[in-house]
Ligand binder design. Structure first.
Ligand SMILES: [Zn+2]
Length: 281
C-alpha cells in the first residue's frame, strides 16, 4: 500500500506500470475482514476476496493483470502470504475479472478454477506478454470448491455472462452462522438483448436468473464490484463499529433490494433496446 514498505514480490510488481483501465479502477481500497475468514482484497472498483484456511488460501477473482499487484499488497497488508494461495476461483468471463489469472498462477502455482460455460470466453482472452489463460479445474452448477475447513458451492446464474457463477458459503461470527454469498453480477450494462447471436435466449435466461437469485437465503453478500453491495458505506460502518453493533455486511434486506433494483434496470434496458430495434425497422 502507498507509504508502506513492500515485500520483494510486491515491490517488483508495483514497479511495473499500473495500467488501470478504466482510470482509477486499480486504486487501492483498504483491505478488510468482511466476516470470519472472508477478506476483501480488491481494488477501489474491482472486488477480490481472500478466504484463509489452515491449508492455504483461496483467492476469488484476479481482475486485470494490473490489479494483481494491488491485490498482493492487500493480502500481505492483512498479514497473509500471497504465495499461500492454493486455489484461484476465476471471476466471470470479462477481462476486468480474469485477465490477471495467468499472473496469479505464475506467482502462486494456484489451481485455477473456471466455470464450464465461461470456458470458451475465458480461453479466448490473451493476457499481456503472451501468457495463456490457465484452467486447471472446470466447474458446473452445484459443484463445490474446498480447502481446509472452507467450502464454496457454485450457482450458475447466467445473464451478465453465459455462465456467471455466484458462490455460497457458510460464515460464522459470535456463535452465529450466516449464509454468505459472493455474487457474480446482475448488471446489464453493455449487453445486447436484441438479436444476440451468441446468446439468443438471453432475455428469458436472465429473467429466470432474477427469480432464482431471490430464492437463496442470502444474509452476507458481496459482489464483483463494490458498488453492487454498498462497499464504501458498509466499510465506513465497519470502521465505526462498536462492540455489540451488528456486522454491516449482514444485509438480507439489502440483498433482496439489490436484486429488485437490477431486475428493474434489466427490464428497462430490454424495453429500450426492443423499442430502438422496432423503430429501426
Ligand atoms: Zn462483467
Amino acid at each position: 500500500m502507498p507509504g508502506k514498505s513492500c515485500t520483494f514480490l510486491a515491490c517488483l510488481l508495483l514497479s511495473s506500470v499500473l495500467q488501470a483501465q478504466p482510470p482509477g479502477w486499480n486504486d487501492p481500497f483498504p483491505p478488510h475482514r468482511v466476516m470470519d475468514n472472508l477478506y476483501y482484497v480488491g481494488t477501489s472498483q474491482l472486488a477480490s476476496w481472500l478466504l484463509t484456511t489452515d491449508e492455504g488460501h483461496i483467492l476469488v477473482s484476479s481482475n486485470y493483470e494490473s490489479s494483481v499487484s494491488v491485490i498482493l499488497a492487500a493480502v500481505e497488508d492483512l498479514g497473509f502470504k500471497f504465495s499461500d494461495i492454493r486455489i484461484l476461483i476465476s471471476g466471470h468471463a470479462h477481462p476486468d475479472h480474469v485477465e490477471g489469472d495467468a499472473l496469479v498462477k505464475q506467482l502462486t502455482g494456484a489451481e485455477v478454477v473456471v466455470g464450464r460455460l465461461e470456458l470458451p470466453y475465458v480461453q479466448a482472452f490473451q493476457p499481456p506478454g503472451g501468457k495463456v489463460q490457465p484452467v486447471d479445474r472446470i466447474i458446473d452448477d452445484g459443484d463445490t470448491v474446498s480447502l481446509g475447513d472452507t467450502s464454496l458451492t457454485a450457482h450458475v446464474l447466467p445473464g451478465h455472462t453465459r455462465g456467471c457463477i455466484s458462490w455460497s458459503l457458510q460464515l460464522e461470527e459470535a456463535g452465529q452462522t450466516y449464509y454468505g454469498w459472493i455474487e457474480c453480477s446482475l448488471n446489464n450494462l453493455g449487453i445486447r438483448f436484441v438479436d444476440n447471436q451468441e446468446f439468443p435466449d438471453i432475455v428469458e435466461v436472465f429473467r429466470e436468473t432474477f427469480t432464482k437469485a431471490r430464492e437463496f437465503p442470502v444474509e452476507v453478500f458481496v459482489s464483483s464490484h463494490g458498488v453492487f453491495y454498498g462497499l464504501e458505506e458498509k466499510y465506513v460502518k465497519l470502521l465505526n463499529r462498536k462492540p455489540g453493533d451488528p456486522n454491516p455486511f449482514v444485509d438480507p434486506t439489502g440483498y433482496q433490494a439489490h436484486v429488485d433494483e437490477y431486475e428493474a434496470l434489466f427490464e428497462a434496458m430490454v424495453a429500450r433496446q426492443q423499442a430502438e430495434a422496432a423503430s429501426d425497422d
